[in-house]
Design a protein around this ligand. Sequence first.
Ligand SMILES: Cc1ncc(COP(=O)(O)O)c(C=O)c1O
Length: 470
Amino acid sequence: MDEHPSRLLGSERTENITTPEYLFRTVDEVAKRLKPEAPVQCIFPEAVRAQARRFQDLFPGEVLYAVKCNPGADMLRHMYAAGIRHFDVASLEEIRVVRGLFRDAKLHFMHPVKSREAIRKAYRKGIRDFALDSSAELMKIVEETKSARDLGLFIRVAVAGNSAALDLSGKFGAAPSSAVDLLRQARKVAARVGLCFHVGSQCMDPKAYVGAIGRAADIVAKAKVKLDVLDVGGGFPAIYPDMTPPPLEAFMDAIKAAAKPFVDQGTELWCEPGRAMVAAGASILARVTLRKGRRLYLNDGTYGSLFDAGALGWKFPVRLVRPKKGGKGNTPQNAGALPPSEKLIPFSFYGPTCDNLDKMKGPFLLPEDTQEGDWIEIGMLGAYGSTMQTRFNGFHYEAVATVWPEAAPFAFERPRAQATLVTGVRPAPKPVTLARASRPAPKPAPAQPAQLSLLAPIEAEREDHPAAAE
Ligand SMILES: Cc1ncc(COP(=O)(O)O)c(C=O)c1O
């Protein structure tokens, strides 16, 4: 397969490799076929779609996908194929990407602080829902939409973030008394009004939502206005090593119970999950550039997909990927001649840039003979992984491999013991060719009419969305 996509991938040239010919059954096969020099994001469509459906089944209202956590076209297509039609967007670029893919998507601009240009252009593109947490922002929205009568205005309420691994309470959110005023003002000018909040990302306690919903109830009672939508935001947790939250069902049950008085009065519920929707839906396949003792220098790092591993010290699940190869001696030039050692030892990672901060202390357990040229699959990076990349020092990658069907090793809500895979435990994948005919047919899903859209070409981007009111 020398003429195959391996040629396309390299630190200086990356391509999107999700056309049907480039579907892989396992991550090992990605390494074997492509021998990628640059990192590759490996997406597991089945896991992504299953989680998107699960959210829609469990949540008693509308599920908006928070585009920021993974705005890749592939991820968005899987969301759409799983029935997601509402998207929480935070910038004109996110609007452009989602609109370019799906004309019938409903976009909601839930960033509480937007430029005037962004408000104006978003409105022209058909967006009607805007978040805000100050009267100055409310004024901007009214002015830039020329006092439109069809606005949906969402007051972002300040709530505690201390149950979350990533507290988001320091930047946005109106204090309750201001929220009361804003809600009254919004009610006068908007077609529909809502309250929204964010309990912090990777929230570990369902009670955080209960507290925030209680705060929303107080605000509505004081404002004495009809609330059309209560948006409980994102924050739902994923399962990372060392972080085992209650199951998603516990969050949903708590929200349902707390929000019942709203629902009884005809208020719609929305949520905007990002992390919990897609974290387990993708891995990064990185490569070891050099080993120095227990330090592994990788082609990905803190300025790439591993911001949370570097800046926050999160331990992501890792697994050595060393495609089997014939020959004697396990040199970097002949990596794969020998199977990896069964003994695991702790390593720390160092990224490709020259900056001192570009290190991830881990520890990450890998075979003791891990060496230059080996690949490492770093799991749970579907959310806030590739999207966090910078171009610092010239390092950047865009390659995406679709791994289908049952290859997600870090599947949703598996017990932790299984999440950190030990090389040798997983049965060796059967070799498959990359030809379209050899790919197992995806399970038919009649209830999901857009299933095939994954493989459909991206619709040409249109400035003049049909919903636009220009
Ligand atoms: C407005 C808004 N909604 C949703 C999200 C998604 O949050 P999470 O990824 O924690 O679910 C964020 C994340 O920053 C956000 O700012």
